[in-house]
Design a protein around this ligand. Structure first.
Ligand SMILES: NC(=O)c1ccc[n+]([C@@H]2O[C@H](COP(=O)([O-])OP(=O)(O)OC[C@H]3O[C@@H](n4cnc5c(N)ncnc54)[C@H](O)[C@@H]3O)[C@@H](O)[C@H]2O)c1
Length: 435
């Protein structure tokens, strides 16, 4: 039995709080691909395939032919930022893509003029800007965001919307009383409760309006009972948190391999230099703490020191990010990994990853918005754990530990697609080939 999935007809509006390096690289990239100026490298929805049935069946459709996803030419973009720069200016400032390429996609980027943001400097300390909603309580601001969304939908003749947070990382923030129920949250909005972060106002507005929501940053945002309850009540799919790019992506490739071979690990020291606005925001200890939490949790979950104390109980794991303007978006991340083998003999692995953060993040944004829209049309609601593949800190049902191993995550994603279409799940048992 396959799921009933509504067709992907009409336009899909992508609404993004945060018109910065990641979101403009995503929008410019989609336009460049549409114009045949580049390939959507890194995107599973555009390039990936899914094997169906037995290995001898030779059924390997492209994912985009297997499930009904919106096509790139059906997408339109909008968003909010505290700065007034349109997406072309923001992309030029971010200096991720070459000016010559940006010139070619300029008309479509120019059209994305940020709407006024909901912002509070208490939550992002290193930046401030003029393009913000000033009037009223947080409840009024949530209403204003819903009006923005409705106007965008009308102006762009969009059929459906998806929202994805690509705004700066907010300071570390624990769930409080106001986050525990929708009733408490709505009362908190009305009286400007200081425990409600701006990203939570966006998430609330999206969910209230029935719009799927993803969080690309490590902020708490919608990972609270009030908003997860709202997502289920409104039958809206959600996912998060923190795009898995760069160093953490490397960790989730390597650590499962070490564990698979029962090799020990006594230390993993990771350091980065980064010079874009994200790096500047993360230079603030409050914002860094939010990031550090998601970056640190990965190894513990993959290596399971409770199950393998001889191998991992003494693991020393440390992550540093240093703001270093000369590098801009071209981050450099070093890892020193102290491992040990047979009889405890030590070895070392060094990684020097000269990566481009937003180049790695842009295809993730694309896949997430397309898959969330698919999930919505398939009637899937609440946390979409099958999208863990894209996140450093995947959201899960309460009490469930997240799965960080990227290959298990990929299998889960593809099996979910097979399940949606009523195809057999792939277990990799394969005994039938030897009968
Ligand atoms: N690039 C990556 O590989 C990567 C990976 C994981 C997570 N992230 C996260 O994605 C987010 C975006 O990264 P980036 O490199 O594009 O950063 P950026 O600084 O270039 O862009 C963020 C934008 O958000 C805006 N902003 C901040 N608060 C806002 C608010 N309340 N409403 C609307 N706009 C707001 C800022 O003005 C800025 O323009 C960051 O939180 C970052 O930590 C990025």
């Amino acid at each position: 039995m396959s799921l009933k999935i509504a067709p992907a007809k009409g336009k899909l509006g992508i609404l993004i709080p945060g018109i910065g390096a990641v979101s403009t690289t995503f929008m410019a990239g989609v336009e460049a691909v549409r114009k045949g100026l580049g390939e959507p490298v890194g995107s599973l929805t555009q390039l990936g395939t899914v094997r169906l049935g037995k290995r001898t069946d030779n059924r390997v459709p492209r994912i985009q032919d297997f499930v009904p996803l919106a096509k790139l030419d059906q997408l339109c973009f909008g968003g909010w930022d505290i700065f007034e720069d349109d997406a072309y200016e923001a992309a030029s400032n971010a200096k991720v893509l070459e000016p010559a390429l940006l010139e070619k996609v300029k008309p479509s980027l120019r059209k994305v003029k940020p709407m006024k943001a909901v912002f509070d400097r208490k939550y992002v300390k290193r930046i401030d800007g003029p393009n913000v909603k000033k009037k009223g309580s947080l409840a009024d601001k949530a209403e204003a965001l819903m009006d923005d969304m409705a106007e965008f939908k009308k102006a762009n003749k969009a059929d459906r919307l998806v929202m994805i947070w690509c705004g700066s990382t907010e300071v570390f923030h624990k769930p409080a009383k106001v986050h525990q129920s929708l009733e408490a949250f709505e009362k908190g909005l009305a009286k400007d409760d200081p425990d409600i972060a701006p990203s939570q106002v966006y998430a609330y507005a999206a969910l209230k309006a029935g719009v799927p929501f993803a969080n690309g940053a490590p902020n708490l945002t919608h990972d609270i009972p009030a908003l997860l309850g709202l997502a289920r009540e409104r039958e809206v799919p959600v996912c998060g948190k923190d795009f898995k790019t760069g160093q953490t992506f490397m960790k989730t490739l390597l650590a499962p391999g070490l564990k698979a071979r029962m090799l020990g690990c006594s230390g993993w020291f990771s350091t980065n230099i980064l010079g874009n606005r994200d790096g500047e925001v993360l230079d603030d200890p409050g914002s860094f703490k939010t990031k550090e939490e998601t970056k640190l949790s990965v190894l513990d979950q993959i290596l399971q020191p409770n199950l393998y104390p001889q191998l991992y109980k003494d693991l020393f794991h440390s992550v540093r990010i240093n703001y270093y303007p000369p590098r801009g978006d071209q981050k450099e991340g070093w890892d020193n990994i102290d491992i040990f083998g047979w009889l405890g003999y030590p070895m070392q692995i060094k990684i020097d990853f000269l990566c481009r953060d937003s180049i790695l993040a842009a295809p993730i944004v694309l896949d997430l918005v397309l898959f969330l829209d698919l999930a919505q049309r398939a009637g899937m609601k609440g946390i979409q754990e099958w999208l863990s593949f894209y996140f450093k800190a995947p959201m899960t049902a309460p009490g469930l530990y997240p799965e960080h191993d990227i290959f298990i995550q990929l299998m889960k994603l593809k099996n979910t697609l097979r399940w949606m279409r009523g195809e057999d799940l792939i277990t990799h048992l394969g005994l039938e080939y030897y009968d």
